[in-house]
Design a protein around this ligand. Structure first.
Ligand code: HEM
Length: 123
């Protein structure tokens, strides 16, 4: 992969993770208080962001030749996305039992951010 292509994936990845978290927060609040505001459009947007995040992540891992820490980061990111989906679905249907998933969300997010920013690694 040439440097230009890598830069595109990199920018998509670092440009959209904050947006993904904000959108998750917005959707959670909308579902919690049963506000009908643009739910479908925002739901579609968050799915696009999941896809963008995973695709750009895989492309970068490939470019880096699969370093183990980033592979682990990628797998835990999938757990993070799963936790967000379950939380949103349960909240939308007014179901209980989200606390375990909030715990998973919090731990997974912490690990993903630490590994993403290379905290504790000598790079
Ligand atoms: C919800 C999903 C994800 C979130 C929130 C997330 C978040 C982040 C963050 C915050 C960084 C650091 C960006 C920076 O240096 O400014 C990063 C880097 C990275 N992520 Fe993700 N990520 C996610 C999914 C993935 C997936 C699925 C993969 C791979 C399969 C992946 C692979 C990478 C790689 C390889 C880097 C290092 C980029 C570099 O510094 O050169 N990420 N990610």
């Amino acid at each position: 992969m040439d440097a230009q292509t890598f830069l595109i994936y990199y920018k998509v990845h670092i440009g959209s993770w904050i947006l993904l978290l904000i959108l998750f927060g917005v959707l959670f609040v909308l579902y919690k208080w049963k506000l009908p505001f643009a739910n479908r459009i925002l739901r579609f947007m968050i799915w696009l962001l999941y896809i963008g995040q995973v695709t750009s992540g895989i492309a970068m891992i490939y470019a880096y030749q699969f370093p183990i820490t980033y592979v682990i980061k990628g797998l835990i990111s999938l757990i993070l996305i799963y936790a967000m989906e379950v939380i949103l679905r349960k909240t939308k249907r007014n179901r209980s039992g989200t606390s375990a998933y909030w715990f998973i969300w919090f731990v997974a997010l912490a690990i993903v951010l630490l590994l993403g920013f290379n905290v504790g690694m000598n790079t």
